[in-house]
Design a protein around this ligand. Structure first.
Ligand code: CA
Length: 225
């Protein structure tokens, strides 16, 4: 699960990154409000932890702007003690949850797990579209009786496409999502991994296809006869 931490206090951010990575979150960090908003707007993240007091743009403004642009990613806000209205304002702006500093790590992780579950669209942790399902625990693609193991990147690509079904995802969105905000992944990496993912779809004899939309990007299609 890809998580963005927007927090300008260096020691706090370092400690959180360490804890979150131990918990197997794929963490990116921004220390600036504007940079944070830009990263959120890429739509590349599954979860966001957002501090309120940040340079250039505060957390409340960030949530408000991101929601206005249609970003639905769950956001947990960190409010400092004394920012009494912080909780109310945060939730009003469109944050999903808040935590007051200082907090217990255990508490933070529990809240994140709860928010993370919202991004997965079925109760048993399987993501489904058309005739395919992704099994998160075993990293496999399933179609009827057939299944095949996926590499980490293939899994993430299919997961991202399924989570955004009905939408065309641009190569840029895919590159950022799979390789990260800071990476120099070339667009042709996306093409290479798309062809791997298509081979896996063929292997399980899925009718679901990854369609390239010329000049725009990719989408999942299931045209059953
Ligand atoms: Ca701060």
């Amino acid at each position: 699960m890809r998580l963005l931490l927007v927090e300008d206090e260096r020691r706090m951010a370092q400690a959180l990154c360490e804890i979150l990575r131990l918990e197997k979150y794929d963490v990116d960090h921004c220390a600036d409000g504007l940079e944070g908003l830009y990263a959120i707007e890429t739509g590349a993240y599954d979860l966001i932890i957002l501090d309120v007091m940040l340079p250039h743009k505060n957390g409340f403004e960030i949530v408000k702007e991101a929601r206005k642009k249609g970003i639905k990613t769950p956001i947990l806000m960190l409010t400092a003690k004394g920012e009494l209205d912080g909780k109310v304002t945060g939730l009003d702006c469109g944050a999903d949850d808040y935590l007051t500093k200082p907090f217990m790590t255990k508490e933070l992780l529990a809240r994140l797990r709860a928010l993370g579950r919202r991004t997965i669209n079925t109760a048993d942790g399987a993501l489904t579209f058309g005739d395919i399902a992704l099994n998160t625990d075993a990293s496999t693609l399933v179609c009827g009786e057939n299944s095949v193991r996926l590499s980490e990147k293939e899994f993430r690509i299919l997961e991202y496409l399924i989570a955004n079904q009905g939408q065309i995802l641009t190569r840029e969105q895919l590159a950022v999502k799979i390789w990260g905000y800071e990476s120099d992944a070339e667009y042709n990496n996306v093409e290479v991994y798309m062809s791997f993912a298509r081979k896996k779809l063929n292997f399980v004899k899925a009718k679901t296809e990854i369609k390239a939309v010329r000049g725009i990007g990719y989408e999942l299609r299931y045209d059953h006869v």
